[in-house]
Design a protein around this ligand. Structure first.
Ligand code: GLN
Length: 446
């Protein structure tokens, strides 16, 4: 009730929720009370959370930030939603996001931009900006999010929250509206690593309904939070501290690295030589997959349908033309072009080869170090509108986050100080399935 009241009083400033599920939340809370009274206490019993609006929620609008799905209430829950419900959590609503998770600023949402609670003239990052802003504004202690090229970590960095993108396949994608299927991964955003550990423990695990789900047992990610990190070997990639990195951001990250040294860790300079190819490879692969995934929105089966179509072609063209926003249409065009017969080898195949090289960089790095650290994002939060007209400037905000998605590695962002009263994020990239260790490392710092 307290948080629902806060959302009502404050979210007019932030626009972090698309839908507030008040009635359902109060029912779930009453059910949690009954479970506690009966001596049952699942891990997240009564803990209020919110879901990014691309996790399907039965009977509750799941818009993906798009006019295309403004009228869509799925008939089923995503596996992540089902698991968090089973753990006893209480869903307060669905959070705002860039349309179809395409963006780094939350300005492409059909429901209007999300404002950064640290400065409402600035973006909160994207695409999970609603989840990050809701946690930062203390409207909810934790929220689900997804990360295809940085959408958990970058908004976490820009709002002083902690967010973790698990190893690809660790969290089920069933019921998560697809953007780029080989890159998409769900994970938590919360106030700190400890809360992320509780949320991830409930979210992760094998799911037969997702063919890319890893067949590994569930884990308790809180188990090693208090382990020592003395002797930890931290790789610091020189490519993550070059041109394009804001000097104040670099200074905060370097201070954090010294704090890890003080905790007994050793810093090792490493090289990830193909770093500069990550953004170009991603912006071929992600749009290519998106163009295929988004072909299902045709105005026929569900979602937006244009008024009075003349014929089938007109129905397709106007439903998609009116239902999708500008950035989504740009990605569909880029992806369709890259996959077309004459260009497939030159673009898509080439990008897949580059992806392999980037993955190889990490394999070599993890022979020498336990984790990799650097900045999450090259800049603190920027002004709303500042980069909207320049897609390439926007794409470059993802320069440090995208490689982990291309390689399928787990990566997280945690707060590491302020620049002009705007938050800066420290990124930790781990080896496959090392989430527990990463959360331990972050917890020791926090
Ligand atoms: N900013 C990146 C993009 O626009 C990543 C988005 C994401 O991770 N969903 O594609």
């Amino acid at each position: 009730r307290h948080l629902l009241d806060r959302i009502q009083q404050l979210d007019g400033h932030y626009n972090s929720f698309i839908t507030v599920t008040e009635e359902q939340a109060l029912e779930q809370a009453a059910a949690a009370d009954r479970r506690l009274a009966a001596g049952e206490a699942p891990a997240l019993c009564g803990v209020p959370i919110a879901h990014k609006d691309l996790f399907c929620t039965r009977g509750v609008r799941t818009s993906c930030g798009s006019k295309m799905l403004d009228n869509f209430a799925p008939p089923y829950d995503a596996t992540v939603v089902e698991k968090l419900n089973a753990a006893g959590s209480v869903t307060l609503g669905k959070t705002n996001m860039d349309e179809f998770a395409m963006g780094s600023s939350n300005e492409t949402s059909y429901y209007g931009p999300v404002k950064n609670p640290w400065n409402v003239d600035c973006v909160p990052g994207g695409s999970s900006g609603g989840s990050a802003a809701a946690v930062a504004a203390q409207l909810v202690p934790g929220a689900t999010a997804t990360d295809t090229g940085g959408s958990i970590r970058q908004p976490a960095a820009l709002t002083n929250t902690t967010g973790l993108k698990p190893t690809y396949g660790r969290v089920s994608r069933w019921g998560m509206i697809a953007f780029a299927s080989s890159l998409d991964q769900g994970g938590p955003i919360a106030r700190n690593a400890e809360d992320c550990a509780y949320l991830l423990s409930a979210m992760a695990g094998h799911d037969g309904k997702d063919s890319t789900s890893l067949n590994r047992p569930a884990e308790d990610y809180t188990r090693s939070l208090n382990d020592s990190i003395a002797d930890l070997k931290i790789g610091v990639p020189k490519e993550y501290f070059g041109e394009g990195l804001n000097a104040d951001v670099a200074a905060r990250v370097e201070t954090a690295l010294k704090a890890f040294e003080a905790l007994g860790a050793k810093l090792v300079e490493i090289s990830l030589p193909h770093t500069d190819l990550a953004v170009p490879a991603y912006y071929v692969i992600a749009p290519a997959e998106a163009s295929a995934n988004l072909s299902r929105f045709d105005g026929v089966r569900y979602g937006y349908r244009c008024a009075d179509p003349k014929d089938l072609r007109d129905l397709y063209m106007r439903s998609r033309g009116e239902g999708f926003g500008e950035e989504v249409q740009r990605r569909i065009l880029v992806g369709t072009y890259a996959l077309s017969a004459g260009y497939y080898d030159a673009y898509y195949n080439k990008a897949q080869q580059v992806r392999r090289l980037i993955k190889q960089d990490f394999v070599q790095a993890f022979e020498k170090v336990d984790v990799i650290m650097g900045p999450t994002s090259p800049n603190p939060a920027f002004a709303i509108g500042a980069k909207k007209a320049d897609p390439v400037a926007m794409y470059l905000e993802d320069i440090y986050t995208i490689a982990a998605n291309l390689a399928g590695l787990p990566a997280m962002s945690l707060p590491c100080g302020l620049v002009n009263n705007l938050p800066v994020g420290l990124q930790i990239i781990g080896n496959y399935l090392c989430e527990a260790r990463m959360l331990n490392i972050a917890h020791q710092y926090q």
